[in-house]
Design a protein. Structure first.
Length: 299
């Protein structure tokens, strides 16, 4: 459950472009800054690991420090203004140490009240010409599993480049499936290995739908259950919208690896699963069938 909840949150907020320099009209570049204090200790996103998107009417900001501590903000709107975060708000923020063996995320929508989780994000400016976003934030993030809290204060994001669509992936990579009986193909596919775990995330061009696959990087050919009996193997489906944004994690199904060539960093296989909200807040489930993937996960 710990890894499942983190994976769902990561899929909701983690596919935004994390590049410090982004081309804009006229061939110029812009640089952003994303800083805060975490329990009074200074935090700053690394130069190549901060980015934002405005996709499907939703603002997403993500920053990862050099020591792999991530702050992500998800705002269910696309205009400047003040956004209150709480257990009841659709907007939320999350914090996680993504290189830690403890992958359970802290977030503003956990806890029982705003003294545990919640706060404020102010979007001061969205520059549609330069494609940058600026603002401030301050909030508490909580995790229900152990009752721990982090206080994130003095947060600033200045001229962070944002994207309004995700770039198409190389034709050699593919990830597609039927989602609730409707054919779906990922336009953007990101695959990487962190701490021995391979993560594959496919997203629609507008970022409103994603399918993610998590497995050990050295997984050999074979079939693996997606029923939670082995938490190293997970699949997830997420929906991003300004009305509601939810991550659904596999509760039953099968992931089949046809080939994993660790020398060339290319993996292919198939999957099918039923996905449910790991927090239990949403009773809906989704059926993902006829899934296939073939991706390169090297640097």
């Amino acid at each position: 459950m710990k890894k499942a909840v983190f994976f769902a949150i990561a899929l909701l907020v983690g596919f935004a472009s994390c590049k410090k320099e982004t081309s804009i009209e006229g061939g110029n570049t812009v640089s952003g800054n994303f800083t805060a204090k975490i329990d009074g200790v200074q935090w700053s996103a690394a130069g190549t690991k901060e980015g934002a998107s405005i996709l499907g009417g939703v603002i997403t900001l993500t920053g990862i420090s050099a020591d792999s501590k991530e702050i992500s903000i998800h705002i269910t709107d696309s205009v400047a203004g003040n956004y209150v975060l709480s257990q009841l708000s659709a907007s939320f923020a999350a914090y996680a140490d993504i290189d830690s063996s403890d992958l359970y995320a802290f977030s503003t929508n956990q806890g029982s009240d705003t003294s545990q989780g919640g706060g404020l994000v102010t979007v001061l400016e969205i520059d549609p010409v330069g494609k940058t976003i600026s603002g401030t934030f301050s909030f508490n993030v909580f995790r229900d599993i152990d009752g721990r809290k982090k206080s994130i204060t003095n947060g600033v994001f200045t001229k962070i480049p944002y994207v309004t669509s995700l770039p198409a992936t190389a034709a050699t990579d593919t990830l597609q499936a039927n989602i609730d009986s409707k054919a779906w193909t990922a336009t953007n596919i990101e695959a990487s290995v962190t701490q021995g775990e391979l993560t594959i995330i496919g997203a629609s061009a507008d970022g409103t739908q994603t399918i993610g696959i998590l497995m050990p990087a050295g997984t050999t050919a074979g079939s693996y259950p997606l029923d939670g009996s082995n938490p190293s193997f997970l699949c997830a489906y997420t929906i991003l919208s300004n009305a509601a944004s939810t991550g659904f994690v596999s509760t039953k199904g099968t992931l089949t690896v046809s080939q994993n060539n660790t020398a060339t960093s290319r993996i292919r296989g198939s999957f099918q699963f039923t996905a449910a909200d790991p927090t239990g807040a949403n009773a809906a489930t989704h059926s993902i069938t006829s899934g296939v993937f073939s991706v390169y996960y090297g640097q």
